[in-house]
Design a protein around this ligand. Structure first.
Ligand SMILES: [Zn+2]
Length: 371
């Protein structure tokens, strides 16, 4: 393993690991973590989700008698992520424009491993360190959902999976995914349309009546997929619409989800012969960690010591931290320097990788010293 975080990052992004194909990355990370004295285990998640690798859990024992501190990142990347060719120019690492860079989330992985390496190799006493590298985050947080959270014994932790180093996401919304099927009745559109019930018409009216878009500062709703019908001369008998609702507030999430359903119910009532099926499922719960809480205070102090500008904010997306928080381990999400993620224009500043690794090192040092 290289002792240079930039070099190490370049090595990691050269290993393909689109979601469900994380085998090579997990083998590499197991070897790297073992070389730092970690006890490493991989779980069976790969089997359950049809991937070729499980989540990697590691514990580095420490001489300081405290609960461990947890660091977490996901190792899968979005597509197109095969054969990433990195270009280094003026302190920026970017791609050749044909793939993503994979800085989401290998910048997090590289910073965590290199920060820990510095602590371990310096020989200083430290608290135990837990590390969780998950699979399949990008396709619905599948790795974190399948991981046995009872394994974790950390006091709290940090997910390295956001933008600028120094940015701390101390809250994230909950999300419901929504699937609506609307049924009408098929009939020949030119011969006997009066015998049909047009499911597309019913769906259009129902969706028009829904609250959609930004509902308030902490709540959003969307219908993102719609499909139905088979031919222009057939009154369609089925429409499938899929969407989501998010809110930082559980009561509001429930309310807005109920309003979406009510819009369908009311519309279907108005069309004799129409019916519907509704499925809403909570994908993940929200979390909010107060600025006065220890994980936030420790992070702010570490950033201050390093001269990095800090900012706490509430994010708009779900990540592994939602799942781990819901299971009882307080987690905040830290920026890694990743930029323009999920696009082929993705890049990262080399200095950000250095700052991120220094931040991990300083978090461990401060935590180990503290009460
Ligand atoms: Zn990510």
């Amino acid at each position: 393993m290289s002792n240079d975080v930039i070099q190490y990052f370049l090595e990691l992004i050269a290993i393909d690991s689109e979601s469900l194909d994380e085998r090579a990355m997990m083998d590499r990370l197991r070897a790297d973590l073992e070389s730092l004295g970690a006890r490493v285990e991989e779980d069976n998640t790969g089997k359950s989700i049809n991937g070729n690798a499980g989540n990697l859990y590691a514990l580095i024992p420490g001489k300081i008698d405290k609960k461990p501190i947890l660091f977490c990142s996901h190792v899968d990347t979005v597509r197109p992520g095969i054969g990433i060719k990195a270009i280094r120019e003026n302190g920026i690492i970017r791609t050749d424009g044909t793939t993503v860079l994979g800085g989401d989330d290998k910048s997090g992985v590289a910073e965590i491993v290199q920060g820990i390496r510095r602590i371990v190799q310096s020989g200083q006493d430290h608290a135990p360190i837990e590390i969780l590298f998950t699979v399949a985050e990008e396709i619905g947080l599948l790795g974190a959902k399948h991981f046995d959270k009872n394994k974790l014994t950390s006091a709290f932790g940090y997910a390295f999976d956001s933008h600028r180093v120094g940015e701390l996401d101390v809250g994230a919304p909950a999300q419901n995914s929504i699937k609506i099927e609307i049924f009408g009745k098929e009939a020949h559109a030119g011969v006997e349309p009066e015998k049909g019930v047009n499911a597309i018409r019913v769906a259009s009216e129902a969706i028009s009546a829904m609250p959609l878009g930004r509902i308030d500062h902490e709540t959003t709703c969307n219908i993102g997929i719609i499909g139905g019908g088979t031919a222009t001369n057939i009154v369609p008998n089925r429409v499938l619409a899929m969407g989501e609702a998010r809110s930082h507030n559980a009561a509001k999430l429930e309310r807005v989800t109920a309003q979406m359903r009510q819009a369908v119910e009311d519309t279907v009532q108005k069309h004799e012969g129409a019916s519907y099926e509704w499925t809403a499922k909570q994908e993940y719960a929200s979390f909010r960690i107060g600025d006065e809480q220890q994980p936030v205070q420790l992070a702010l102090e570490a950033l201050k010591n390093l001269g990095i500008k800090s900012e706490t904010k509430v994010g708009g997306g779900g990540s592994d931290a939602n799942i781990l928080n819901a299971a009882g381990t307080q987690m905040i999400i830290c920026g890694t320097g990743m930029n323009k993620v999920h696009t082929v224009d993705e890049d990262i500043e080399e200095e950000e990788l250095k700052r991120g690794a220094a931040f991990v090192e300083e978090l461990i040092r401060l935590y180990s010293q503290g009460e």
